[in-house]
Design a protein around this ligand. Sequence first.
Ligand SMILES: Cc1cc2nc3c(=O)[nH]c(=O)nc-3n(C[C@H](O)[C@H](O)[C@H](O)COP(=O)(O)OP(=O)(O)OC[C@H]3O[C@@H](n4cnc5c(N)ncnc54)[C@H](O)[C@@H]3O)c2cc1C
Ligand code: FES
Length: 506
Amino acid sequence: MGESFIDQYIINQSYWLEDGVPDAEKLTDNHETDILIAGAGIAGITAGLLLIKEGFKVTIADANRVFQGTTGYTTAKVTAQHGMVYDQFISQHGKEKAKLYYDANTEAMNWMKQQISEHEIDCDFSVQEAGIYTIDQPEQLEKEWKAYQTLGIAGEFTDEMPYDIGAAAVLKMPNQFQFHPVKYLKALLDEYIKHGGEIYEKTRLLDADEHSNGVEAKTEDGYVIKAKKLIAATHFPFVDFKGLYFSRLKPERSYTSAAIVDGSFAEGMYISAENPTKSIRMTPYKDGKKLLIIGGEGHKTGQNDIEGSRYQRLESFAKAKFGVTDFKYRWSSQDLYTVSGIPYAGLVTGHHDHIYIATGFRKWGMTGGTAAAHIIKDLITHKHNRFQELFNPADHDVSSSIGTFVSENANVGAELVKGKLKSPGKTEEDILSGEGGIIKDHSGKTGAYRDEEGNLHKVDITCTHMGCECAWNQDERSWDCPCHGSRFSFDGAVLEGPAVTPLKKK
Ligand SMILES: Cc1cc2nc3c(=O)[nH]c(=O)nc-3n(C[C@H](O)[C@H](O)[C@H](O)COP(=O)(O)OP(=O)(O)OC[C@H]3O[C@@H](n4cnc5c(N)ncnc54)[C@H](O)[C@@H]3O)c2cc1C
Ligand code: FES
């Protein structure tokens, strides 16, 4: 297993990636294919498999390594219970659309289950009940339960949980499942390659032009890929394609800690109704033990307003509620939220015929990414999919979510101005070994990180995407942009887009 460029900057270890990811070649020539898919996460790999089985020549290109996007840093609950969404969706989008959302995710879950069973995929699969618990919002949760009843969603409203964490009420959805996402996706990737699918890693797409018969995309290394169709499964599309995605998507980052616990520890996949959320699940571990996975502490990327470590907060919660101490893994990642709360899967704008997008899964992309792959496959093969209108990025009705749309764009504007006005309080001497921050120097404002050897790495913190000022993330030792979530290493390398150009070194 080769090292990726990003490996050198990752200081925390995802359990799912502990055994590495499959190697792929880097693209080193111009290329021609029927379907080009950018992004080798769950959305891209699933779409690749579905389309290769339809007889197309398919090529997947990833900027980094396969599964090393959000998919390798997820919690991997597979469920249609996506927090408290159904009551909100009924009032925002109406009963019919709320039910379609549930059906799309349930069908995706069932398809995944079928793959695991048909291909005997060894991926730590187990059927589980999903549950939302609340400590002090039982009325809110009861409203969500009423929404389940309105939509005919199977559930149970109770105060019982397998562990005693002081829940006042719990809303359960039975017959959901959990798995090891990388083991599952390796099997899908093997199947894709067996059918003739091609995959390239360390191959970043920088640009794409649509013409009447297809698309021409360009890679970072200057190669041209000609395709009949392009699917951008890259979170933000790597080019905006005049879809105004920068004003319609919000990145949110979350953290995960995992501790080794006894094999008898209770099962179940739970999430708190309260914010910042706490998400709880188990997975089988070595020697009959289990791994307790606690996630949450989400915040808009680059806008972390608490003192101290988000990981430590999760670990304090786990210690207090479950008495666990043997923490072994930490990882974090981010996902995008659309203004309407419904993901985007379909043609990138109403003016395009050959470029598709799959994104905006709101931290529920195991089913969302799978559903998106099916919708896009059906659009390309001209089969009607009953979910295509709901997920259509071009049709997304911003008017039903106008408040979110306005406040999100006001937030980006405010961050742009705030960053320019804020004056740094620190000097070089204040930055200790292993720490970073914004310092005042002869050029004004500079981002600085002191490594374990005492060397100071200085960068211009102006984000190369659209000019907002990045903030230091001590948990990941990265510079994170508060506007659209681009992330840069301590020495300025791009870790996550939409930015494609490194921060300037100083
Ligand atoms: C902390 C956390 C916990 C979560 N837990 C759950 C859960 O329990 N259940 C659930 O259903 N969902 C969960 N999610 C959400 C889920 O993990 C994501 O929605 C899903 O993994 C997104 O998959 P993806 O394929 O869209 O993106 P990714 O897996 O991020 O893949 C995108 C790929 O695109 C590549 N890329 C980017 N730019 C380019 C470019 N220009 N050219 C080529 N390639 C490019 C990247 O390298 C990356 O590999 C969670 C998310 C987070 C953040
Ligand atoms: S300004 Fe857009 S990500 Fe930084």
